[in-house]
Design a protein around this ligand. Structure first.
Ligand code: HEM
Length: 240
């Protein structure tokens, strides 16, 4: 085999993709589904503040393993360890997702041309997932790192973080980016791995979930702001 045909063989197989690429695809889907499901649970637990301080207090004590302590109070170290685990999943997810990013201006231009040229809803969904993924690359680690270094959660402690430590500035950007990214992501995984063929129906479910999660997230943020405003510093943790 001469060099020319060797090269053409190599190019042919390279264009078919490598086994690593198929594996990376699976890792991306599995970590993406883990994070999407985590977000659905997270926003519901966290918006229990809408039912009052006591409801949120009990949710936090339960999640932090309050049933295993004699006082009924949970252990913030549980939050710390779980946050380290979520950070690891986010890092793996981002690392395999990076290979899909258009690397050069020319590729971005080609993508924009393609988007203008065709009116395919899934291409538009993919584009928005790319943009929100880029935003999350910077915002998500800030929040998770805070939960690792300062895992104290509660009606007053969270309100102090949101209002007095200005975490609302982060959350107001993180909320739409992560909700859109996660719901489009779950939709795309369901279509990609053939869980459903009813794309239009599933797109509707994703849209309803985006609006619903944004509403409960925003209302919870507003609740934390009101609670934070009424607190005097230094804050004492809430006990029912
Ligand atoms: C295990 C790790 C995590 C923990 C323990 C955690 C905990 C919390 C808590 C307690 C709040 C309420 C406000 C506060 O106390 O500061 C909050 C808010 C929020 N978190 Fe997380 N979080 C984690 C990971 C994530 C991840 C991975 C995302 C998405 C990338 C995320 C997105 C959000 C958003 C958007 C809000 C604001 C919610 C709203 O608008 O009501 N969190 N988080």
């Amino acid at each position: 085999m001469n060099v020319k045909s060797l090269l053409s063989h190599h190019n042919h197989y390279a264009s078919l993709g490598s086994p690593w690429s198929a594996k990376a695809d699976k890792v991306q889907s599995v970590t993406g589904v883990m994070l999407g499901c985590f977000l659905l649970a997270h926003l519901h637990f966290e918006s229990s503040i809408l039912l009052g301080k006591e409801a949120f207090f009990h949710v936090v004590q339960f999640l932090e393993g309050g049933m295993f302590s004699s006082t009924g109070h949970g252990f913030p170290v549980v939050t710390k360890v779980f946050s380290i685990f979520i950070m690891a999943v986010v890092i793996i997810h981002a690392a395999v997702a990076l290979r899909r990013f258009p690397a050069q201006l020319g590729q971005w231009r080609a993508l924009r041309r393609h988007m203008h040229g065709i009116n395919h809803k899934d291409s538009h969904a993919w584009f928005w997932q790319l943009v929100t993924g880029f935003i999350l690359f910077f915002l998500a680690p800030v929040h998770i790192f805070t939960m690792i270094t300062n895992p104290e959660i509660g009606p007053h402690l969270s309100a102090e973080r949101v209002y007095h430590a200005n975490a609302w500035l982060l959350y107001i950007l993180l909320l739409p980016a992560v909700v859109i990214h996660a719901m489009i992501g779950l939709y795309r995984v369901a279509v990609k791995w053939g869980f459903t063929h009813n794309r239009a129906g599933l797109r509707k479910v994703a849209k309803v979930l985006i609006v619903y999660l944004m509403v409960i997230g925003l209302l919870s943020l507003i609740s934390y702001m009101f609670i934070g405003q009424e607190l005097t510093l230094p804050v004492t943790p809430y006990v029912p």
